[in-house]
Design a protein around this ligand. Sequence first.
Ligand code: NAD
Length: 358
Amino acid sequence: MKKKIVILPGDGIGKEVTTEGKKVLDAIAARFNHEFIYDYAVIGHDAIESTGNPLPDETLARLKNCDAILFGAVGHPKYDNDPTAKVRPEQGLLKMRKELGLYANLRPIKLFDELLEASSIKPEILKGSDILFFRELTGDVYFGEKGRKDDGKTGYDLMIYQRYEVERIAHKAFIAARTRKKKVTSVDKANVLESSRLWRETVQEIGKLYPDVQLEHQFVDAAAMKLIQNPRSFDVVVTGNLFGDILTDEASQIAGSMGMLASASVGDQVGLYEPIHGSAHDITGKGIANPLASILSAALLLDISFGMKAESEAVIAAVAATLKEGYRTADIADANTPANKRLNTQAMGDQVVSHLKK
Ligand code: NAD
């Protein structure tokens, strides 16, 4: 198959990890006889520096003219510490999601058995955890009216959801649950928030169309607790933008590290694939970032955007084999990891590729 992929490295470790993600896509193309044509574009801090715009029109045009996007991360300490900055790297990301209609963010949280000990959660609680999050991506406080009043002494962000936004992501969650354990947990804060009451009412109605799927509702505070207490009790979780943002970072601890979690953002057009982590300024340039989240994002890209199941499974198997051999980047290593199994970003990518060549 011939496919065009836009690589959007972004900022910080985004560049380092997408290099490895692309390396794996190249290995897949060679092994399965595909032709992947790559196009590169800028976003975030880099784009602000070169054009003044975190999502230049030229980037957007390229994104609209490809079969899938492999994205790294955006963000720069300059902006994190300056709340008054008018132009910010994250605006590029939010605009991209909106412009491409990427309303559903899928975050599979699956623990590789080899990493049972890497998590701060007890192995007996973790073993067998397999959760698929659906985080709504184009509504909520991120896109509601925001501003300052009272001479800047009051700040506000409107939490807002429209019925159709909840309906479309609920359908995606129920459809996915049918291929899994047939259970959907919808997370909201309906005891306090009106937008959450709309969320719950809508999910209940959509749920009636899927009588074979069990639907339960949890308040976000309780869900945050249960995720750590009993992660195996979840199958598919559907939630809003803000709650999903926070809960999936928490859930990354089930998988051992932020560096292990991939995500897919899909809507009605092109799909975008990215690790859940950010640009990680604290480790940028040190060559120690874990590239597996980007590599697993490439696996999602192959499966969801290209329908290449075998290719996607080959990537996941290569990651599992690499971990089984004991190879670890710093974030997933522990005191028992011998020096010769401790790998930098590039060497970890090479190790995964070596399994794809076998
Ligand atoms: P972060 O995800 O970048 O990092 C959190 C912690 O996890 C850091 O200690 C980091 O070193 C570690 N970490 C993250 N990815 C790792 C990897 N692949 N390997 C090893 N360790 C890893 O979150 P943050 O520090 O809160 O934010 C840093 C910047 O990233 C900010 O500017 C923020 O706005 C941005 N951000 C961007 C995105 C995105 O582009 N999707 C998401 C989250 C944060």
